[in-house]
Design a protein around this ligand. Structure first.
Ligand code: C5P
Length: 337
């Protein structure tokens, strides 16, 4: 068995001009078959989410800053005759184990596109809140693609694997890359963002479920109701990119924003009180993560994050609270045999 050390890599990239074409994070080591591969992929929060017009596929143009945080989906792929999935979860909520699961769809996609007839047993160890806007399902898909690429000895290059991932969901390519990245187009056109420092987050789960397409639709309805239009292609938040580059956590807190937030508020009345409570207790900022309902709260430091978690749990406004640091690497092989 080979233990592969965590590839943390410095978040700060001194030579990068702020945004740059990404380095490939998970170079292949040759088309060798494995018996068992374990891959860990992170959840994400969107530090900003600008939503523009809808394209012909019904997808919105986005300008979003993805930020990978240290809550992980760990997928273990083991050789088997058939394809099956089971799960251990550390969070509340139901996850489908049938063909609709994104990890299973990732496996089917690899089999179809690469003529694989082998099977695999996939086990997911889940830490990312379910259906919470933190990309847990996307992390499962990303981890499954990376794991099966090695298990089945396919030797697919990382950029091609990311393109396959984009067919499964807009957030899958970022779950492979990790760290902090600007997402344009439908969210899958990624460029790395220069950051310095780590940030301490409280991920507060208020309960309930919000469907991503329903939240996008509601956001469109709200625009119509208010007679507002959006740019065809939204612009990235230059001030937020500057806050990330300089490591100014206070400024970062002020720039957190999400164009889906009003829609999420109108569909779930338990979100706004969580944000207000966190801000009253000294958070630098708080926002709905992605399409929600998880709330990402930016704490002042690790100690403050733990205090905020205790405050939020005591308030009765949330079902679960998780502490996590960002940013962290994307899908990585952590063990193989
Ligand atoms: O790609 P993903 O499965 O994450 O997207 C779920 C749904 O969210 C899409 O079917 C679409 O309705 C909506 N969406 C969107 N614009 C995006 C990403 C997602 O409208 N850029």
């Amino acid at each position: 068995m080979t233990q592969i050390p965590e590839q943390t890599g410095p978040d700060a990239q001194p030579d990068a001009p702020g945004l740059e074409v990404l380095e490939e994070p998970c170079a292949e080591r040759g088309p060798f078959f494995r018996e068992r591969v374990v891959v860990r992929a992170p959840g994400k929060v969107n530090l900003s989410l600008g939503v523009g017009a809808i394209d012909e596929r019904g997808y919105h143009q986005l300008a979003t800053v993805f930020h990978a945080v240290g809550l992980y989906e760990t997928v273990t792929a083991t050789r088997a005759a058939d394809l099956r999935l089971d799960l251990t979860s550390h969070v509340q909520g139901k996850v489908p184990l049938d063909g609709s699961n994104l990890a299973m769809r990732a496996a089917e996609l690899l089999r179809e596109t690469h003529g694989v007839t082998d099977g695999a047993h996939l086990h997911i160890d889940k830490e990312v809140p379910v259906a919470g806007g933190m990309g847990g399902g996307s992390a499962d898909a990303a981890a499954a693609l990376v794991a099966l690429n090695r298990l089945w000895g396919l030797g697919i290059a990382p950029d091609e694997l990311r393109r396959l991932g984009a067919r499964l969901g807009a957030d899958v390519p970022f779950a492979m890359l990790g760290h902090t990245a600007l997402g344009r187009g439908n969210g899958g056109d990624l460029s790395s963002v220069l950051t310095s420092g780590d940030w301490h987050w409280v991920l507060a789960v208020p309960g309930g479920h919000l469907s991503t397409p329903v939240v996008f639709r509601r956001a469109d309805e709200l625009l119509l109701e208010h007679g507002r239009t959006v740019p065809a292609v939204p612009e990235p938040d230059a001030v937020q990119l500057q806050a990330l580059r300089s490591g100014d956590v206070h400024l970062l807190g002020q720039t957190l924003h999400n164009d889906l937030q009003a829609a999420a508020f109108s569909l779930h009345d338990g979100l706004e009180p969580v944000i207000a409570h966190a801000e009253r207790h000294g958070a630098w900022g708080a926002l709905v993560s992605g399409s929600g309902p998880t709330i990402a709260v930016l704490a002042q430091d690790a100690e403050h994050a733990a205090e905020l978690r205790d405050e939020l749990l005591a308030s009765g406004l949330v079902l679960e609270c998780h502490l996590a640091q960002g940013s962290v690497p994307g899908a990585r092989v952590v063990e193989e045999a």
